[in-house]
Design a protein around this ligand. Structure first.
Ligand SMILES: Nc1nc2c(ncn2[C@@H]2O[C@H](COP(=O)(O)OP(=O)(O)OP(=O)(O)O)[C@@H](O)[C@H]2O)c(=O)[nH]1
Ligand SMILES: [Mg+2]
Length: 294
């Protein structure tokens, strides 16, 4: 039997559950998730190894109206995924089939002339009578190779989605060794886990004004301990004040939650040193963006 493989982009408006789906398929948390939109900022690869095939999924930042250079960099990286992959998975939220980004996403998908599947996510939040009209609306487009309702959170519909994708794979080599689940370096995963906790615990503009860099990692092999030194970059002094919190309570809370997850993720004891630094207007400064990995 010939081996099948392919690159598959997961694309859609912000907050529809793209990262949740990637994690569900790969069976590991590779891409951070939050209830707030615009959580994912970089493309994240997740590799699904099957019997006789390999699917390389690419999670992308949600497509939205761009305002700052950071947003532009996020949306550009999502759009360029259209070119780089073999198969497109467009994801929408069952409750929001009229999201303003959807028509242009479909337009780009059509022009790419690549196989495209529509995933209607979050079906656990509604009932069949709500799903059918959404399926109907997009069937009328007569464009998608398949329309698949799923719950990325609970897993319903995901086997059906994988099977539909499998039928679109072409003969090709396994691009990654069987034990590899992502191509992200560990330091990227570390900074993302910290960023996720910022999304979880802070409000208003703070998540969007924060970036995390891991400056240094020290391994104490004999003690099975990782010392991680990371910096949270914010844009203004007042943001720094909020992020640090009264007597450091906020940064402590973020650090503690991140440390616990880092320990689970890397299966070692973690000492996490978090420093908050003002990098003035980094989200508007293209050079700063590059330095911070965007
Ligand atoms: N009820 C329900 N919630 C879901 C489902 N999938 C994702 N969510 C929730 O939706 C929110 C957004 O999920 P993400 O996976 O971060 O969404 P995303 O599309 O990657 O978002 P961006 O990276 O910001 O574009 C989180 O609170 C998830 O827990 C689902 O199938 N059902
Ligand atoms: Mg995401």
């Amino acid at each position: 039997m010939t081996f099948l493989s392919g690159f598959i982009a997961i694309l859609g408006p912000p907050n529809v559950g793209k990262s949740t789906l990637l994690n569900r398929i790969v069976g590991a948390k590779l891409s951070i998730v939050s209830p707030k939109p615009q959580t994912t900022r970089n493309r994240v690869l997740g590799i699904h190894h099957g019997d006789g095939f390999q699917m390389i999924f690419m999670d992308t930042p949600g497509i939205h109206k761009t305002r700052t250079p950071l947003h532009r960099s996020m949306v550009d990286s999502a759009y360029s995924a259209f070119q780089e992959v073999d198969i497109l998975v467009l994801m929408i939220d069952m409750k929001d089939p009229e999201a303003p980004e959807i028509p242009s996403l479909i337009g780009v998908a059509k022009r790419s002339e690549k196989p495209a599947l529509l995933v209607i996510n979050k079906i656990d939040r509604g009932n069949k009578s709500e799903i059918l009209p959404v399926i109907g609306k997009f069937s009328d487009e007569a464009f998608f190779d398949a329309i698949i309702p799923v719950s990325a959170l609970k897993g319903d519909g995901v086997p059906e989605l994988l099977e539909a994708i499998r039928t679109k794979l072409k003969p090709g080599p396994p691009f990654f060794p069987p034990d590899m689940r992502t191509d992200q370096p560990d330091t990227f995963m570390m900074s993302e886990i910290i960023r996720e906790k910022i999304y979880l615990f802070t409000r208003h503009e703070l998540p969007y004004s924060s970036a995390v860099t891991v400056e240094r990692v020290e391994e104490a092999a004999e003690k099975n301990l990782l010392r991680i030194f990371a910096v949270v970059h914010v844009e203004t002094l007042s943001q720094k004040g909020i992020l640090v919190g009264r007597q450091g309570t906020m940064v402590k809370k973020i650090g503690e939650a991140a440390r616990m997850e880092l320990e689970r993720c890397f299966n070692v004891q973690v000492y996490l040193n978090l420093t908050v630094r003002v990098s003035k207007n980094w989200s508007r400064d293209t050079r700063a963006l590059r330095r911070l990995g965007y």
